[in-house]
Write a protein that binds this ligand. Structure first.
Ligand SMILES: Cc1cc2nc3c(=O)[nH]c(=O)nc-3n(C[C@H](O)[C@H](O)[C@H](O)COP(=O)(O)OP(=O)(O)OC[C@H]3O[C@@H](n4cnc5c(N)ncnc54)[C@H](O)[C@@H]3O)c2cc1C
Ligand SMILES: Cc1cc2nc3c(=O)[nH]c(=O)nc-3n(C[C@H](O)[C@H](O)[C@H](O)COP(=O)(O)O)c2cc1C
Ligand code: SF4
Length: 658
């Protein structure tokens, strides 16, 4: 397939893009402490420009440093001292013939009071976000006029810096979205009421920018064309902004000087519709962009789980959208466009929608560190891992274990031109990925397994399947270094009476199909991601499932988005959740659970599935460490974690091998 539509140029106003792929904005947390653009940020975006993307949209960029702050190392365009950094960024992207817009943003009510110096957040009607729950107050009419000027001033700074255009962030429940939406805008002045009044603030921003920098400077709008409140786990009593009205807003605003529309969906309380967990299918919300495209005469871009060039090509060829916006796909693989153009589709490392990037944006953000990608350890770290050395000189490295840590290590070592022999005791690559792909809706995990399989074969890694590594076998090879990624195994606490009974197994047994249950009443013990995903598989196999959790809430350590996605489906199945209950004894027909109060209850069940986490078996690792000089433990063998930990430890150790 040649992707002739996807790779054909398109104009956004006066700006000609080299193809129809836009990199969607992602909060990356790579700016300097004073919110100016850093070298790390330039390298991160430059890598995507080098990878061939048509247009890059930066992360949410502040237009106001007082009420408009979201996170510590977020880029700002709110003051003139930001102009030199933005100019450097423009240069870095232009060097690779790319184009870049700054996404101008104000969070309104969707930020923490502490992030804005303890102030109340501001929004059109002072209604607090149910998710963020920050104190919030209504903006005065004068404040709105000043806010418009903030946007105009920031756009002028981008213009002066040589940035190619600006995207007004009117999506995802932030300030401009708060003005658009009848949920958050109950004003009775000229900025509230009718659709036009609710869009007025953006009209004034566009007019102000046009007055300042002329008609030719590209200005686009990102809009959540449906807030999906009906899908929320929060108790909304109204519909918020729906597609029909979003279409009207776009029709109304375009004539004031918008050059393109970038269509997304969702607000914080419906963030699974904004940045989707693994269960959402490719391009599921493209129909929103399609509807807007029918109503306006400027290019319209659609977003959401676009992972394959074939899919992107198809929706453009069918005239549903003018181009695609890809966010996480370009985080996971900055060379997505170049690989598609070269017909190397199999080489694309497709994003698996695990949302580690979003979780890390929040957690790392608090520590002042950039976000990260579970499967691309260089993402937002291109500045640090910038040395593509080929210095292995054929020296032999043995990698033990073909889980994600071993696979990532083998790939980097082979790229450095070490000779790699990979021992795997099972008959397939992937380690626990071959369990992670079994629950419903998790087939994207297979993309990662096949990516590594393709890469390792191309790189000439010698893969020895069905071959447990032994000290003797490794000794015979006299390796320069040994990497040990033997993973982990399920925890089965012997302190629980009856844990070895015939009616007890682990989630691994269910996922591998070693134990097949149907028509049974099953207690899944432990409500981490593996527990609830196993529960879902059991529900699809016609079992009646109870999830038992010792902590006072289910999914205590799980990522909220991914967990709530599975939980919502389990609720529909009728799964019962029992937090604050600790398993103490297993009998043939019932289990004994201890409540936080110390009281014990009996729960009749046929079968018990333990999902109590994993522990590393380091026996082999310890033996290897005694015999060989250069030994590195990676993945769960080094530290129990998830894919992100496995891939990062494998890659970094291979990158650093001296
Ligand atoms: C059901 C389930 C779902 C999951 N879902 C997710 C998810 O959605 N997202 C996420 O981030 N993480 C998920 N995880 C966790 C993730 O899969 C693990 O964190 C990751 O696989 C750990 O990688 P690893 O390389 O350290 O070890 P493993 O994946 O455990 O791989 C170790 C490999 O070493 C091999 N091995 C062991 N001993 C030897 C030996 N002596 N010789 C040769 N080979 C040996 C094993 O056969 C295995 O293939 C899930 C885990 C499970 C069980
Ligand atoms: C970590 C992360 C940060 C994001 N930050 C922004 C942002 O700053 N501005 C924005 O408009 N959208 C943001 N988004 C949404 C993405 O631009 C995109 O719309 C969404 O992830 C769905 O598209 P994808 O499947 O191609 O990633 C973010 C998404 C993620 C995962
Ligand atoms: S962290 Fe996960 S969701 Fe985010 S870009 Fe990487 S693979 Fe995709």
């Amino acid at each position: 397939m040649t992707f002739e539509n996807l790779l054909s140029p398109i104009n956004i106003g006066t700006l000609k893009l080299r193809n129809r792929v836009i990199m969607g904005a992602m909060g990356c947390g790579t700016a300097n402490d004073n919110a100016t653009v850093s070298e790390c940020e330039c390298a991160y975006y430059a890598e995507r420009a080098k990878g061939g993307v048509g247009l890059i949209i930066t992360e949410v960029t502040r237009v106001n440093n007082e009420t408009g702050v979201m996170s510590p190392r977020q880029t700002s365009a709110a003051t003139d001292d930001c102009i030199p950094g933005l100019a450097k960024l423009a240069e870095a992207v232009h060097f690779y013939n790319g184009a870049i817009f700054v996404q101008l943003h104000h969070p309104g009510r969707q930020t923490d009071n502490m992030a804005i110096g303890g102030r109340a957040t501001i929004s059109p009607s002072g209604i607090p976000s149910m998710l963020v729950q920050s104190e919030c107050r209504e903006m005065t009419n004068a404040e709105i006029k000043s806010f418009v000027q903030d946007y105009v001033d920031a756009a002028e700074r981008a213009y002066k810096a040589g940035i190619d255009g600006v995207e007004l962030h009117g999506a995802h429940g932030y300030m401009l979205n708060q003005f658009f939406s009848p949920l958050t805008n109950k004003r009775t002045d000229e900025y509230g009421g009718s659709t036009e009044n609710r869009a007025r603030v953006v009209k004034e921003i566009i007019e102000g920018i046009r007055e300042r920098v002329g008609r030719d400077y590209p200005v686009t709008l990102r809009i959540s064309a449906d807030e999906f409140l009906r899908e929320s786990m929060f108790p909304f009593q109204e519909d918020g902004l729906l597609l029909d009205e979003a279409v009207e807003i776009c029709k109304y605003l375009v004539p004031f000087g918008l050059d393109a529309i970038n269509v997304s969906a969702g607000i914080y309380e419906t963030m699974n519709q904004a940045w989707e967990p693994i269960s959402f299918s490719e391009g599921w919300k493209i129909y929103l962009a399609e509807a807007i495209k029918k109503a306006v005469d400027v290019p319209v871009f659609g977003v959401g789980v676009i992972r394959n060039p074939e899919f992107a090509e198809k929706i453009i060829a069918e005239g549903r959208v003018d181009g695609v916006t890809i966010a996480r796909g370009l985080l996971a693989d900055p060379d997505w466009v170049n690989k598609a153009a070269a017909g190397r589709v199999d080489d694309i490392r497709r994003c698996i929608s695990c949302l580690n990037c979003m979780d890390s944006m929040i957690i790392n953000g608090m520590k002042g560190e950039p976000f990260s990608c579970a499967i691309n350890p260089r993402a937002a770290r291109e500045w640090f891992y910038n040395d593509a050395r080929q210095d292995g000189n054929g020296r032999l490295v043995v990698v033990v274990g073909a889980g994600p840590s071993g696979l990532a290590a083998a790939q980097e070592l082979a790229e450095r031109q070490f000779k790699v022999i990979l021992f795997e005791k099972s008959g397939e690559l992937g380690g626990q990925l071959c369990l992670a792909n079994k629950p419903p809706h998790k087939d994207k995990i297979n993309w990662l397994i096949s990516y590594y399989e393709t890469q390792l074969n191309k790189l000439g890694v010698e893969i020895r399947l069905n071959t447990p590594a032994t000290i003797d076998a490794i000794k015979e090879l006299a390796p320069y270094a040994v990497f040990v990624g033997t993973g982990s195994e399920s925890i089965v606490p012997q302190s629980i009476k009856g844990v070895n009974n015939a009616n007890v197994c682990t989630s691994t047994d269910i996922l591998t199909g070693k134990v097949n249950l149907t028509g049974k009443k099953v207690a899944v013990i432990g409500s981490g991601m593996t527990g609830v995903e196993t529960a879902e598989l059991l529900e699809t196999q016609d079992n009646e499932v109870v999830v038992v959790e010792m902590a006072d809430r289910v999914g205590p350590d799980a990522s909220w988005q991914s967990f709530s996605d599975v939980q919502a489906r389990l609720i529909k199945f009728g799964t019962v959740f029992m937090p604050s209950h600790k398993l103490v004894e297993i009998g043939a027909t019932a289990i004994k659970l201890e409540k936080t109060s110390g009281e014990c209850v009996d729960l009749p069940v046929d079968y018990v599935v333990l999902s109590l986490g994993v522990k590393a078996d380091k026996t082999l690792a310890d033996e290897i460490a005694k015999v060989f000089d250069k030994v590195v433990n990676i993945g769960d063998t080094a530290q129990i974690g998830r894919i992100a930990n496995a891939v990062e430890t494998g890659y970094v150790a291979a990158y650093q091998l001296a």
